[in-house]
Ligand binder design. Structure first.
Ligand code: SAH
Ligand code: MG
Length: 194
């Protein structure tokens, strides 16, 4: 199963929300262009995005955190199959319980959509001086742009409001500046100000 296509098919059949094609293209292009070496990913799922990022360049190292045991096991298997055990470190835990010492030049947040700000604040001290934080699913499948009265699910509305709060938090942060791109499900790129 050395084929990326099979990973994507597995995700599709099992309803695992891996990054969309244009989102992953953006992310991998970004890694190459900015010469990113150390990535921290929150939300491994089955390892698809971690594997794609690691394949950008032989000197890219990924640390990635997943709290769901079945997905963690699947990711472990996939990382082995792609021979990337030496460059992808997989942690099985809730990211908010993980304390890391390392510095990362990219922190990629792609886990529980309502907890983006918690992840951001939990790991911002691990961001290198010229590093970036990228957050996926800023549009949350288009719900963020919908009038709130049209959202009938309380659960979805709760997440939408959290994403709106997170957007406000990013756009008004004194230490960081953020651009949100209309790519995939909405991708936010954050970096330190001046
Ligand atoms: N980045 C992956 C997709 C991740 S899907 C890819 O594009 O290939 C989001 C994942 O985040 C899910 O597998 C979910 O179990 C995990 N997750 C959600 N909350 C988490 C948390 N607090 N800590 C670690 N993982 C979490
Ligand atoms: Mg995502």
């Amino acid at each position: 199963m050395k084929d990326i296509k099979e990973l994507k098919e597995y995700a599709s059949v099992n309803n695992i929300p891996i990054m969309q094609d244009d989102g992953i293209d953006f992310l991998t292009t970004f890694i190459v262009k900015k010469q990113i070496k150390n990535v921290l990913e929150i939300g491994t799922a089955i390892g698809y995005s971690a594997i794609m990022m690691a394949r950008c360049n032989n000197d890219v190292h990924i640390t990635t955190i997943e709290k769901d045991e079945a997905r963690y096991m699947e990711a472990l298997k996939n990382i082995k199959k792609f021979d990337l055990e030496d460059r992808i470190t997989l942690i099985f835990n809730d990211a908010l319980n993980v304390k890391l010492d390392g510095e990362y030049d990219l922190i990629f947040i792609d886990a529980a959509k309502g907890k983006n700000q918690d992840f951001f604040e939990h790991f911002e001290n691990n961001l290198s001086m010229n590093g970036y934080i990228i957050t996926d699913n800023m549009h949350f499948h288009g719900y963020v742009e919908m009038p709130e009265e049209e959202i009938t699910s309380k659960n979805i509305l709760g997440i939408v409001r959290k994403i709106k709060d997170y957007t406000y938090f990013l756009e008004n942060h004194m230490l960081y500046k953020t651009t949100i791109y209309d790519i995939g499900d909405g991708v936010a790129v954050t970096e330190r100000r001046g």
